[in-house]
Design a binder for this molecule. Sequence first.
Ligand code: HEC
Ligand code: HEC
Ligand code: HEC
Ligand code: HEC
Length: 288
Amino acid sequence: MPQLLKHYGEGFWASNFHDYRQMHDADHHTIGCTNCHDPQQQMRLTITSVPLDEALKRQGRDWRQASHQEMRSLVCAQCHVEYYFETREHGVAAKPHFPWDKGMNPEDIYQFMADGQPDRDGFAGQFADWIHAVSKSPMLKAQHPEYEMFHDSIHAQAGVSCADCHMPRVRNGPVVITSHHWTSPLRSEQMIQSACLGCHQDQTPAFLRSRVEYHQKRVWRQLNIAQEKSVRAHEAVRLAMEYPGLDKALLAQAREHVRKGQWFWDYVAGPQWHTDRWVTGRHEHRRP
Ligand code: HEC
Ligand code: HEC
Ligand code: HEC
Ligand code: HEC
């Protein structure tokens, strides 16, 4: 990406990435070591994502000053985040932009998406990913806000990083290395041991697994209730639209509620962690 950006400039973002397949040997150079490591600096952790670099700058942060422990999460925030594409009319066409300027909780992001300033945010006024076919509400689509969801969790506040849980130290023959197999830390008892028990010495793997499952089950149940209500709300607005003397302001207000409700639902539905487990009823991963 940095190379292509240098070569094509801002026009790169709206280009067809399919065209770069051959040049970049997609089987071998998808997510590569240099996404996170600087080979010129003894493989020091680095940030190559332009949208992340810019989002941090707007927050008054600079990853070059970040602690080593912060970097062990920031490298993941290059991809495991929420974003939207700037529009051609008001920004750089198809350039990813992180909606963090008002804060990183879903309420903050919702507010941010309501009031874009053309030059600053790359869109004007209310952002809509699409207009819902049933209720004609302007909708937002959540991507995969893992870093945002994590950032004010009990673990983040305690200074734990993504890598602490997802990249535990593992033995590889005679040496101990940082695991680069990004997957669920609950994959095996051995994984839980290396990923969690360093800090939770007084717990058993079975107990920790049961705590995670307890939370996941409750979230999954709430998610299903919320989505049922969301579907009904779209339908209610559609029915209201058929009423001849309808108050336009009231209808706009109803659509705003539908947009908001679905955003909060989607924010939780987006990350894959619970859906994999509870849709299939098994702990299974899409990739062997
Ligand atoms: C998604 C980001 C990411 C990618 C991609 C990645 N690494 Fe790492 N790597 C890390 C993190 C985080 C650490 C832990 C660094 C630390 O705490 O000092 C690490 C540590 C290392 C270390 C230090 C030794 C160790 O075991 O701790 C080496 C060497 C390394 N990586 C090599 C590689 C190579 C080679 C590739 C490509 C095949 C690669 N990494 C891809 C994030 C990444
Ligand atoms: C360059 C982009 C990129 C970076 C950087 C990155 N990831 Fe990912 N990650 C992905 C993609 C793409 C997937 C695959 C999603 C899929 O297949 O559905 C993924 C999948 C995962 C999964 C799920 C794997 C499974 O078993 O299904 C975990 C866990 C994960 N990443 C953790 C991390 C952590 C921790 C870091 C930082 C150390 C990180 N990722 C950095 C892009 C990235
Ligand atoms: C305290 C430990 C912990 C920390 C810190 C943590 N995670 Fe996770 N992560 C988990 C657990 C536990 C799961 C659920 C795994 C499961 O259900 O099997 C998970 C699930 C995931 C998944 C989905 C994996 C899958 O198999 O579907 C992704 C992606 C992910 N985490 C990324 C991240 C990123 C990015 C960060 C940092 C911003 C992070 N995690 C921080 C423990 C952690
Ligand atoms: C680097 C240290 C560290 C690692 C690694 C870690 N935790 Fe934690 N965890 C903490 C701290 C600190 C707390 C805050 C409560 C406390 O002090 O016990 C906590 C709290 C928890 C809680 C209670 C959450 C709540 O809402 O009350 C659970 C459950 C938990 N961790 C599970 C895990 C699991 C599962 C893993 C491995 C995937 C893990 N932790 C890895 C440090 C860690």
